[in-house]
Design a protein around this ligand. Structure first.
Ligand code: RI2
Length: 320
């Protein structure tokens, strides 16, 4: 079954990265809709809701996941027949996937124009869309060099350096704690986002806030690349983004931890960078100061989860 498989892969981080997770979820819901045998529309809806709940329970922080689920599930609409409901889900899923890919391409264009010839860029973790900006700048012939962090404990930095290497971009691989030592060599920090809250704070891979802190102290600009579906509508209603805390064994093997009864391993996967540490958030709708996050949520996502359907309109994501 595609849904439990996708859910397991998201949990284990075989599928990871906020945008990729969102597209995988849309794909799983679409394939599930095509496979469900239920004849009555009510039973079909129930089956889809069960699948959505399973996907939603995988990882709590990247808001692209619930946003994608709600966008796709809105395809059920008020369908009178199972065929109609199925077609609605498939259409919304395909639209979401296409529009997510388009968003990455547009952000790459906008983001690349903020990169100057000769810049040295620092990136943290592995963000598809942050890397797309860097690769696009390189493609445009700008001479750039990158510092990429290791990203303990899951070492997503390895994926980043492979991608940069494949693109032929000169890259320096550093441990996370070396950011402060190199920050004076950096012209621009570019990271992705798992969630952007209504007050412009960016939730991203653990360590991002420390990077931002160093950048601020050294007067280095910090740019965040984030599609609009990474903005968290429910933060308008006062809801907080939940920071995932993963197993301690990712940081310290159990056999060592067992010998240290007074030691507790803490392993939060994300942290929060306040808006005042961020110069720019580049979305597919253009670059905004983080303080404008509210506008993105209001104009492109609607006021709350329940309003997704109306906010996105019958034409699909962002009315495109
Ligand atoms: P894109 C990742 O989370 C990283 O925190 C990354 O910065 C963010 O998602 C956005 O990734 P994880 O899944 O959507 O590695 O830009 O925990 O690829």
């Amino acid at each position: 079954m595609i849904v439990p498989e996708t859910a397991d892969k998201i949990k284990s981080m075989e599928i990871r990265g906020a945008g990729r997770i969102a597209r995988a979820v849309a794909e799983a819901l679409r394939d599930h809709a095509l496979a469900v045998r239920a004849r009555a529309p009510g039973a079909f809806r129930q089956e889809m809701e069960r699948a959505a709940a399973m996907l939603l329970a995988t990882r709590p922080t990247a808001v692209s996941l619930p946003n994608a689920v709600h966008i796709v599930m809105a395809g059920l609409g008020h369908a009178q027949s199972t065929d109609e409901a199925r077609a609605g889900v498939v259409r919304r899923a395909d639209e979401f996937i296409r529009s997510s890919q388009n968003a990455v391409e547009r952000i790459a264009q906008f983001g690349a124009s903020h990169i100057r010839d000769g810049d040295t860029i620092l990136t943290h973790c592995n963000s598809e869309v942050a890397l797309a900006c860097i690769i696009e700048a390189h493609r445009q012939g700008k001479e750039i060099e990158v510092f990429a962090t290791e990203v303990r404990p899951r070492n997503q930095g390895l994926i980043t350096i492979r991608t940069l290497n494949d693109a032929g971009i000169q890259t320096n691989f550093i441990v996370d704690s070396a950011v402060r030592s190199f920050i004076n060599d950096i012209d621009l920090v570019i990271v992705g986002a798992d969630a952007v809250t209504v007050n412009g704070a960016v939730v991203n891979k653990i360590g991002t806030a420390q990077v931002a802190h160093s950048a601020r102290e050294a007067r280095v600009n910090m740019m965040v690349a984030a599609e609009t579906y990474k903005f968290a509508p429910r933060t308008i209603l006062g809801e907080l983004v939940r920071i995932e805390e993963r197993a301690g064994s990712e940081v310290l093997p159990d056999e060592i931890a067992r010998t240290l009864p007074y030691v507790t391993v803490r392993n939060p996967a994300f942290d929060v960078t306040p808006a005042e540490y961020i110069d720019l958030i580049v979305t597919e709708k253009g670059a905004i100061p983080p303080q404008m996050a509210y506008i993105i949520i209001r104009d492109y996502l609607g006021w709350g989860i329940d309003e997704f359907h109306t906010a996105f309109g019958p034409e699909g994501l962002n009315g495109e």
